[in-house]
Design a protein around this ligand. Structure first.
Ligand code: ADP
Ligand code: MG
Length: 738
């Protein structure tokens, strides 16, 4: 359903609410939503439905939703699953249009649950109602004092500008990390209706929210592009952070049963996040740390870090972390160095990291530290400061007040690592100011600054590169209804990714996906399709016999390659069905006969009858790369680039991008793989024709974007030659849905 901002606002800030299925049990362990809502300070009009009670916690109970004296903005449903359809029908009949469905045990659980869900979703659909959940704690709004959670939630005041969209109540109900002082939160649960795109747009447009965190197991199939469009708009206003879980095959399986949403390949998610400027985080600490950095710290406008430390060793740890996370050690200006030199003993060379200890020996420690820190923080070459401190001995060296004062004086972020068991009260004291962020290690302090600079120096203000159709492409076919990119129905469940045979790029191939028709392999016409899009291919001819192969070889010019083609030949080399560098007709005929003989021996007469021969020009030299593409269930057409052979198959050194690609983006993908050094010309080798690869990748991306019926393809390999000499595909495997 389309985005409805008014409905979203009412989910978070309803004027009136009914809770259907309120328990008479209260107190610890009762998980009573009504009790929690009252304790949280909800001030709107509140009703309860429970046929067995007249009043609970001072709130009048009604036997049925139909009996309510007014139409509440929102119904929070917490009844056994069997009666959900009836209860929802009653509410709809009373005129209620917004539902938070708390129960689990629906489509994510078993067939009975799925049919109950279908039944109430039909009722919901008939009334144009909107749903958060099921399997959810619902929504939390600390600004206006509303929550629908069965876990008690502490309301911290004043609320911070953080919002979270999650698929577990954990993040709403715990009070650590990003939810410490949480502004707003939504547990989207099984996402039968309201999912990530709606929630992200709502938080994106909320002026009280300054950072949006997401805990995502998976998007719904088909909604990836919508989500990215929403994100691209929101990210110009505020940072978007995601901790994507269900990354492993095992995790994805649990996610499948946990909330009915299935994880797509993590690598595709990562590529998509990067494309939209969503910062992808490594773990839950990363999420906590980054949210805190964005809430508390000044923007970091570049990547240059100064490290001011009470110990040399701590400074080295922070410097290591800068390298690991891609931040630079700032080069201090001569003026700064001069000013520092005046504080330090003459035998001490000052620089970055700056170890304060030698300067403070025999002096009053704190004033010296402050002088050093201020001098460095003031340096125009410094974008952010990591302070390494300790809580020593009697704890007299307390930097917290000074660091807060420093953060107030200049708009530069300060991340403070304090080590030691006395650090907690100091951290609390410093963070109460909401101007300094404290971290439990140098790594985490630096990583948090990386997130800040990633957003302020790179993502925000990034101009979208529009991929414009290269000249000379065939006209785009009219998209078929329901093709790739169209939103799948609410609550759609799909088979897990990863089943079926695997192609060299690691993607599932050769599998007829249920409900999507059968998938077949294209023959040599794949080369025609490539050529039509201007993707260069080795000159070729398809023939039926060894003798015909020799004729075509004469026409193509020697040397040539002969290989098998046909629906039964997948890995040709393994069958001995690729013969390279054939010099004359005799060799061609002999090779052709041998190949057909092997196919017959391996697969029987039928296989041989279906098999033809492909004659190609033999392309000597160059490097082998893979260009691939597929239709991703979440994000639609995507392309892949990698070096051939072990680089791709063993090392998984590949880069993924959303199709169609802008040329600059295609170039970034190529440059991103670790093996790029080889293409650039390592160890005296000639540089490869990267421009030609960029062009081929762009054109391939248009092919797969134009043709959703091409579910997957591999050009393995494309041979790329020295700069100016181009590239050409010698093998193409296309899987096409018919
Ligand atoms: P398959 O991947 O099914 O084994 P390919 O057509 O990719 O078959 O051929 C296997 C290998 O043979 C390629 O990776 C490449 O190294 C080499 N090769 C194939 N065709 C040519 C050609 N036309 N010119 C030069 N080398 C080729
Ligand atoms: Mg191949």
């Amino acid at each position: 359903m389309d985005y409805d901002g008014k409905a979203m606002e009412k989910f978070f800030n309803p004027d009136s609410v009914v809770i259907v299925g309120v328990s008479r049990l209260t107190g610890p362990g009762a998980f009573n939503i009504l009790e929690n809502m009252l304790a949280y300070g909800y001030k709107g009009r509140l009703y309860a439905v429970n046929p067995k009670a007249t009043e609970i916690l001072g709130v009048k109970c009604y036997a049925r939703a139909l009996d309510l004296p007014e139409i509440p903005d929102l119904a929070v449903i917490t009844v056994p699953r069997e009666i959900m359809p009836q209860v929802i029908a009653d509410c709809c009949e009373r005129g209620i249009r917004l539902f938070t469905l708390v129960p689990q045990g629906l489509a994510e659980a078993d067939a009975r649950g799925a049919s109950i869900q279908d039944e109430f979703m039909r009722i919901v659909g008939e009334h144009g109602a909107r749903v958060v959940g099921p399997n959810t704690l619902g929504t939390v709004n600390a600004f206006d004092g509303f929550m629908s959670s069965f876990m008690p939630i502490e309301k911290r005041q004043p609320p911070l500008g953080s919002a979270i969209i999650c698929q577990t109540g954990l993040f709403l109900a715990t009070d650590l990390g990003p939810t410490s002082g949480l502004g707003k939160g939504i547990d989207v649960g099984n996402q039968v209706d309201i999912g990530f795109p709606d929630a992200l747009r709502y938080f994106g447009e909320d002026p009280r929210i300054s950072v949006v965190a997401m805990h995502m197991e998976g998007l719904r199939p088909g909604e990836g592009r919508l989500f990215l469009d929403v994100a691209r708009r929101a990210v110009q206003e505020k940072p978007l952070l995601v901790y994507k879980t269900a990354r492993s095959a095992a995790g994805a399986k649990t996610a499948g049963s946990h909330s009915g949403s299935l994880a797509g390949a993590q690598a595709v998610y990562e590529a998509a996040f990067e494309d939209a400027g969503i910062i992808s985080l490594e773990d839950v600490e990363d999420l906590d740390d980054a949210v805190k950095a964005f809430l508390f710290l000044s923007p970091m406008r570049g990547r240059r870090v100064a490290i001011v430390t009470v110990t040399g060793g701590g400074g080295i740890m922070a410097a290591d972390a800068c390298e690991r996370y891609g931040l630079e050690l700032a080069t201090l200006t001569p003026e700064t160095l001069k000013a520092l030199q005046d504080i330090y003993p003459s035998w001490m060379d000052v620089g970055n990291p700056l170890d304060v200890w030698p300067a403070a020996i025999g002096k009053d420690y704190l004033p010296v530290f402050i002088q050093c820190f201020d001098t460095v923080a003031e340096d125009p070459n410094v974008d952010g400061v990591v302070c390494v401190g300790g809580t020593f001995g009697d704890g007299t060296v307390d930097l917290s007040d000074f660091l807060v004062a420093s953060a107030l004086r200049r708009a530069k972020p300060i991340a403070w690592w304090i080590h030691g068991r006395r650090s907690f009260p100091l951290a609390q004291k410093a963070e109460a100011s909401r101007k300094v962020a404290v971290y439990p290690s140098a790594d985490r302090a630096v990583r948090a600054l990386t997130r800040l600079s990633g957003y302020y120096a790179d993502i925000r203000g990034r101009v979208a590169e529009s991929a414009s159709r290269p000249a000379g492409l065939p006209e785009a076919p009219k998209p078929a209804a329901g093709g790739a990119g169209s939103a799948a129905g609410a609550g759609t469940r799909t088979a897990p990714d990863g089943a079926g045979a695997t192609s060299p790029t690691g993607w599932a191939i050769g599998r007829a996906r249920s409900g999507e028709g059968s998938v077949r392999t294209l023959g040599p016409e794949a080369f025609d399709l490539l050529a039509a899009y201007g993707v260069p291919v080795a000159r070729w001819a398809a023939v039926g016999s060894p003798e015909a192969a020799a004729k075509e070889a004469d026409r193509l010019g020697y040397p040539v390659v002969v290989k098998a083609v046909g629906p039964n030949v997948l890995h040709k080399s393994e069958l001995g069905a690729v013969r390279l560098n054939l010099a004359d007709p005799g060799e061609v005929i002999a090779a052709g006969r041998d190949i057909l003989g092997r196919i017959a021996a391996a697969g029987g007469e039928g296989a041989a009858a279906d098999t033809g021969l492909l004659v190609q020009e033999f392309l000597a030299g160059g490097h082998e790369v893979i260009l691939g593409a597929k239709q991703d269930p979440h994000f639609g057409p995507i392309v892949l680039f990698g070096l051939g052979g072990i680089f791709t198959e063993v090392l998984h050194d590949v880069a993924i991008g959303l199709a169609p690609l802008a040329p600059a983006k295609a170039r970034r993908l190529i440059e991103k793989i670790k093996g790029y050094a080889i293409l650039r010309g390592a160890r005296g080798q000639e540089p490869s024709d990267v421009d030609a690869l960029v062009d081929a990748l762009v054109r391939l991306s248009w092919l797969v974007a134009d043709h959703p019926e091409v579910v997957e393809l591999d050009l393995n390999p494309v041979k790329v030659f020295a700069a100016g000499k181009g590239c050409r595909a010698v093998d193409a495997r296309f899987l096409v849905r018919s």
